[in-house]
Design a protein around this ligand. Structure first.
Ligand SMILES: Cc1cc2nc3c(=O)[nH]c(=O)nc-3n(C[C@H](O)[C@H](O)[C@H](O)COP(=O)(O)OP(=O)(O)OC[C@H]3O[C@@H](n4cnc5c(N)ncnc54)[C@H](O)[C@@H]3O)c2cc1C
Ligand code: FES
Length: 511
């Protein structure tokens, strides 16, 4: 099952994924890890290396969440800009952010070397440039902040090294990296099992209890007990409210396009447009090169024309790069924290021995690796110099206070959708392969007509906190605009924080 959506990334087409049997018994271990993306697998791997027993549970196959949809830039040139991080977290906070993300890249490099994982890990330069009309001053300010952060090798260059596209002045950040995320995660999973850990796929967790004997229960009714539980489900499924007020879900879009081999220098490229673009190369598995271009982010559940987003990405790319043909289109979800840094540590205000990793923004590959480093230390009772910076209980200043207020108003508007009309008046207006919201009596129905013409209906009310879902035509899913829960076309949950499906309703006869 394609767990997170219907589109397919270049990684899914160019890697074998090991599969693991569902949990079919009760059990006991040192640490239960919920979620087998980069955060959960790195945590389980490092715990196992330290001699702790672990059991990893995932609702889908291993790495079937955002980690198979990433573009896998590995950067300590921070996405949310050093100038912003210094304003929000102070000089030391910014320095720790740069240092910790650099350490995360080093950690990945060490695992690739030690475990001999063939995942195309390579060190590269990263180039940050302004869109047309962008200010050179902003790049100079960012460079000065990057130097204060400790990235003293960063430099302002005349342009990024692209032949047909003059980017104008750019910042060059040496020692960034990239890899094939699914090959890396398959290697991590194998190493976890070799070290005595267990992995169970297709095992959705529906209940979590902390305490000195923590417990999780799966939808199939099996219970695991442990000294600690790590929630690495990308959007935390254990926390109903607190963390979800500190981060916002965004959809982000990617195209993969064939380019003549060697025409685009291997590097990472990012612009400072809003929303920004991010570009890298990937191997196509047959000796060719795919240019992977991402961007066009928007709040989850708040756009009714994702196809236009792919078209804009393609236009942007064709104007700048020697594109032959576009062979991949996919989308995914990123959680944007209000203060630009992920939340990694003890679950705030919750029960003992429950740990969480979330809010990883566009840098979830390094944040997820950091989660492994920090959580392993916390569980072992060791000090970790970055733990305070990423503490989920920290007081978070908003990146943009006006935006934060707007965000509150935006959420209120989403709840007002309880009262609005449906997308269509009658189910007969829904074409095959599409979904739409119907108003029926006092309620709202999520109606999907499958390719064979059969209508399927469920409640449009998100079981997390009652948002009204929207149809996502790019992924054929129902997306909640409030905190980003997602459900497949038939209402089955694929992304938390919701832990249950959209409630079924009976389809009236003759539709
Ligand atoms: C298009 C795109 C481009 C990106 N580009 C970059 C990039 O260039 N660089 C970068 O650093 N980051 C990037 N990111 C972000 C990064 O990919 C993610 O932040 C990261 O993969 C998240 O990893 P994770 O382990 O936290 O979550 P996931 O990989 O989503 O793993 C969570 C797992 O939890 C499981 N799960 C959920 N609910 C349950 C449950 N109830 N029971 C059991 N299991 C459950 C899911 O099935 C899933 O496998 C990008 C993201 C997207 C979508
Ligand atoms: S995800 Fe919170 S209300 Fe839907």
């Amino acid at each position: 099952m394609d767990h997170s959506g219907t589109s397919r990334s270049v990684w899914m087409e160019t890697a074998e994924r090991p599969d693991y049997a569902p949990l079919d018994h009760n059990g006991e271990t040192d640490v239960i890890v919920v979620g087998a993306g980069i955060a959960g697998l790195t945590t389980a791997y490092l715990l196992g290396r330290g001699g702790r027993s672990t059991i990893v549970l995932d609702a889908g196959p291993v790495a079937s969440g955002e980690s198979e949809r990433t573009t896998a830039h590995l950067a300590n040139a921070m996405d949310d800009r050093f100038t912003e991080l210094e304003r929000l977290h102070g000089l030391h906070g910014m320095q720790f952010a740069a240092e910790s993300h650099g350490a995360a890249i080093d950690q990945i490099a060490a695992i690739v070397r030690d475990e001999q994982i063939e995942c195309g890990f390579e060190r590269l330069d990263g180039y940050l440039f302004a869109p047309p009309g962008g200010l050179r001053d902003a790049l100079e300010d960012e460079l000065a902040a990057a130097h204060r952060a400790g990235l003293t090798e960063a430099a302002l260059v005349r342009r990024a090294p692209l032949r047909g596209f003059n980017t104008g002045p750019a910042l060059r950040f040496p020692d960034q990296a990239q890899f094939h995320p699914l090959r890396y995660l398959a290697g991590l999973a194998r190493a976890i099992v070799r070290d005595g850990g267990m992995i169970h796929a297709h095992s959705q967790v529906v209940e979590i209890e902390g305490g000195h004997r923590a417990r999780v229960r799966t939808a199939a009714g099996y219970a695991l007990f442990g000294k600690a539980v790590v929630i690495a489900t990308n959007s935390p499924i254990n926390d109903r409210v607190v963390l979800h007020t500190k981060q916002m879900p965004y959809r982000t879009y990617v195209i993969g396009a064939r380019v003549p081999r060697g025409e685009v220098p291997r590097a990472l490229y990012w612009d400072t447009a809003d929303p920004y673009h991010y570009v890298r190369l990937a191997d196509d598995g047959n000796g060719g090169e795919i240019l992977v271009i991402g961007g066009e982010d928007h709040r989850t559940g708040q756009d009714d024309d994702p196809a236009a987003r792919y078209s804009r990405l393609e236009r942007w790319a064709r104007e700048r790069f020697p594109i032959e043909d576009v062979t991949y289109r996919w989308s995914g979800q990123v959680m944007e924290p209000v203060d630009g840094l992920g939340f990694i540590g003890r679950n705030p205000g919750g029960q003992d021995n429950v740990y969480v990793a979330t809010g990883d923004s566009g840098q979830g590959m390094t944040h997820g690796t950091l989660a492994g480093i920090i959580l392993t230390d916390l569980i072992a009772g060791r000090p970790n110099r970055w733990a305070e910076l990423y503490d989920p209980a920290r007081k978070s200043g908003a990146r943009d206070p006006i935006e934060f207020v707007r965000d509150g108003a935006n959420i209120a508007r989403q709840y007002a959708r309880w009262l609005t009309a449906g997308d269509v008046e009658d189910a007969a207006q829904i074409p095959a392969g599409c979904g739409a919201i119907l108003r029926r009596g006092g309620g709202k129905i999520a109606a999907y007509r499958d390719e064979a013409g059969e209508l399927h209906e469920c409640s449009a009310v998100c079981p997390h906190l009652g948002g009204i879902v929207s149809w996502n035509d790019a992924e054929k899913s129902w997306d909640c605009p409030v905190h980003g829960s997602r459900f497949d076309a038939l209402g089955k949950v694929v992304n938390g924080p919701a832990k249950s499906d959209l409630a079924p309703v009976r389809v009236p006869a003759k539709r």
